[in-house]
Ligand binder design. Sequence first.
Ligand code: NAD
Ligand code: ZN
Length: 342
Amino acid sequence: MLALVKTAPGPGLSLTEVADPLIGINDVLIRVHKTGICGTDLHIESWDAWAQKTIKPPLVAGHEFVGEIVEVGSNVNDFGPGDIVSGEGHVTCGRCRHCMAGRRHLCAYTVGLGVGRDGCFAQYVSLPMTNIWHHWPGVDEDVAAIFDPFGNAVHTALAFPVLGEDVLITGAGPIGLMATAVARHAGARFIVVSEPNPVRRDLAVRMGATIAVDPRERDLADVQRKLGMVEGFDVALEMSGAPAAIRAAMDNMAHGGSIAILGIPTQDISLDVNEIVFKLLTVRGIYGREMYETWYKMTVMLQSGLDIKPAITHRFGFRDHEAAFATARSGDSGKVILDWTA
Ligand code: NAD
Ligand code: ZN
């Protein structure tokens, strides 16, 4: 099959012939239809410090996908050829305390699809049956392809109750954009999105933001005044990884407010812990999504009117992977989809 492979240490990904994945008795083989490009893939492609210490080439990259089952192991009864599925990219150990208790998203021994095992930027991918999410008939495959980052958005946006609350979202990358739509769907009052990129600010407004501001030009206290807010933000979703964004969020929280941090900083950040103490803030780290409560919520929210499609801005055939990666890297994009069927 053809796959996008990190063949050796160093920048780049090569579209090259590799052996089809093998499946064991508990695994499922999927013909990939569409994949999403994630920031993680950009790190792997550019071979930055994180990739150098994490990735062991050769590796097929990619973890966001939708496809069609073509073969199942002898132990697999729940799925069959023709089913349209996505996969949870965190392959958990199944034996640790959290896995045994049904809290697989807390497993400390997770192996990541397209990170620690061959991923989905390929014509075929294999996964254990426990990682398969079965879509409903007629699902929009562009949307199904990005259930993984959509899950990050849902898990973060619903980490704290937002009904009637004033929500700050720092960072309007694909995940911040989807989180904006989720917070709107879940009944937030004001949703203020802070994002330096004007293309992404426009998208944020389309996704349901009350207002989208450039943090370099406008401070959040001023935005609060304009909206008539008096208490500060009840909930903040940190989706940029930027030190300035986390600090601005903490400065603008209401007493008793909650901050969910999804963004991954690339450097040490100093924070004023007094702010957390004296404002009685709750700060929660978010990694991945819940298996499979978040997947269930994604499905039913889409079926009850949530629309995340405006967050998908570009589509490419897999042979145009270089242009697709350049578009994703430019920042002037939402989610970028690669089609593997063309
Ligand atoms: P992205 O890099 O596309 O988006 C981040 C956005 O933050 C960019 O649009 C950038 O312009 C904006 N930004 C930069 N400085 C800012 C500032 N000071 N204030 C406000 N916004 C600022 O990333 P994404 O794919 O949307 O993912 C969001 C974050 O979540 C990234 O940090 C990513 O690494 C991380 N992530 C975490 C998980 C997890 O499981 N915890 C999973 C996926 C991604
Ligand atoms: Zn485990």
